[in-house]
Design a protein around this ligand. Structure first.
Ligand SMILES: Nc1ncnc2c1ncn2[C@@H]1O[C@H](COP(=O)(O)OP(=O)(O)O)[C@@H](O)[C@H]1O
Ligand SMILES: O=c1[nH]cc([C@@H]2O[C@H](COP(=O)(O)O)[C@@H](O)[C@H]2O)c(=O)[nH]1
Length: 370
């Protein structure tokens, strides 16, 4: 959804690029325009994401801005078959999570310049989460801290194969994320190439973001997060350039019962496009995912894995897909790399592979079969 520049806007932008400190009157004189006209063009350039704020500071280097969940994850890994309604021995681990946070960390590890916006509590967990993100080079300058609620928590009970048996989420803090927060961060979001949001955001914030991105040069990708949270998306999916969800989430929002097969995933992806999404990726666990591009649809097989923990596989798939799109791949090749990143993530205990890098992907590329 690129918003092209009018010729006068391009001329104003060229002068600002030459000299970021150029004044409005100087631009007006150079181009033979009224100062008020220049002011209007500058406002448009800000809206479209070409320049940031007052002082005409040019866009930062951030190419992907992730916005949504920042969560403290706890995982309880059962070593034997889980028996309900009694005590089960587990091994527990703590890590950082949240779909948007996981995607941001994966993007940064792959080498994309990344920004991250969320809301965290004014507590140790929230502070150390932001510190960690900062230390791996992510721009967290727009993140919000509140003393009203604690940082979000997610607990996952995994069976002996690493599959999720039960997840519980205290994410009430995200209700505080309002369209105002989007407005405040908007120049930063608009200046990036891709904005990625997850449905941890409240419905009003998601709608505000979708409306804003519809008329901006950045592209918008969204992940559903869960069958419950996907219902926060508007009925009209226009304005979403790339939508990620699994078959259950697609069935929930579409009111359909597509089967858990490659054909079911394809049906669902096409239906999401019919509802307005530009492109749609519908994943089907160990089978792979249907990728509906602008003109064609493909089913991309999952990459065979020796999984130990499935947490974060979908988030790695999204991040690697976006990373490759930023590098210029078309959607199908990008999604193939996404499938490989997902597999690598299932093979480690962490929600984000601690050694993920573009080199690790290349070293494993031979594992791709389609
Ligand atoms: N057991 C598995 N083996 C290999 N790849 C997997 C496996 N499970 C998931 N994946 C990969 O992760 C992607 C997302 O997984 P999925 O379980 O559908 O998403 P979510 O976790 O969002 O429900 C899949 O399309 C696939 O590429
Ligand atoms: O309502 C939510 N549940 C779970 C998550 C996050 O999703 C990640 C795991 O995702 P999955 O199991 O789908 O790969 C975890 O890091 C968890 O914090 C989230 O953001 N929102």
């Amino acid at each position: 959804m690129t918003q092209p520049l009018a010729p006068q806007e391009s001329a104003v932008l060229a002068l600002i690029r030459e000299n970021p400190f150029v004044g409005q009157q100087e631009i007006a004189t150079a181009l033979g325009l009224a100062r008020s006209t220049v002011a209007a063009h500058i406002a448009q350039l800000m809206n479209k994401g070409y320049i940031l704020g007052r002082g005409y500071v040019l866009s930062s280097e951030v190419r992907a801005f992730c916005i949504g969940g920042a969560v403290l994850d706890r995982k309880y890994h059962a070593r034997t078959k889980i028996v309900l309604e009694t005590s089960n021995p587990v091994e527990s681990t703590r890590s950082l999570g949240g779909v948007a946070r996981n995607v941001a960390e994966n993007l940064a590890r792959l080498g994309s310049a990344t920004g991250f916006i969320s809301i965290v509590g004014d507590d140790d967990g929230g502070q150390s989460l932001l510190k960690y993100m900062r230390e791996i080079g992510i721009d967290v300058s727009q993140a919000v801290t509140t003393s009203e609620r604690p940082t979000a928590e997610y607990a996952a009970i995994l069976d002996a194969e690493g599959d999720l048996v039960l997840g519980i989420a205290d994410m009430n803090i995200f209700d505080l994320f309002q369209p105002d927060h989007i407005e405040r961060a908007w120049p930063h979001l608009a200046a990036s190439n891709w904005v990625f949001a997850d449905c941890n955001l409240p419905a009003e914030a998601l709608s505000a973001l979708i409306d804003r991105c519809r008329n901006a040069s950045c592209r918008l990708a969204i992940d559903a997060v869960s069958t419950h949270k996907v219902m926060r998306l508007p009925k009209d999916l226009n304005g979403i350039d790339l939508l990620f969800m699994n078959i259950d989430e697609a069935n929930a929002i579409l009111g359909q019962t597509s089967p858990h097969t490659s054909e079911g995933a394809k049906q669902a992806a096409l239906a999401l496009q019919k509802a307005g999404a530009g492109m749609a990726v519908v994943s089907a666990g160990a089978q792979g995912m249907a990728v509906a591009g602008a003109d064609t649809i493909e089913f991309i097989n999952a990459v065979r894995a020796a999984p130990v923990d499935m947490t974060g596989a979908g988030d790695a798939m999204i991040a690697a897909t976006l990373h490759r799109l930023l590098e210029g791949d078309e959607i199908f090749d990008a999604a193939r790399t996404g499938a490989l990143a997902a597999t690598l993530t299932t093979e480690c205990n962490a929600s984000v592979h601690p050694d993920l890098s573009a080199e690790l992907i290349e070293a494993n590329r031979h594992r791709l079969t389609n």
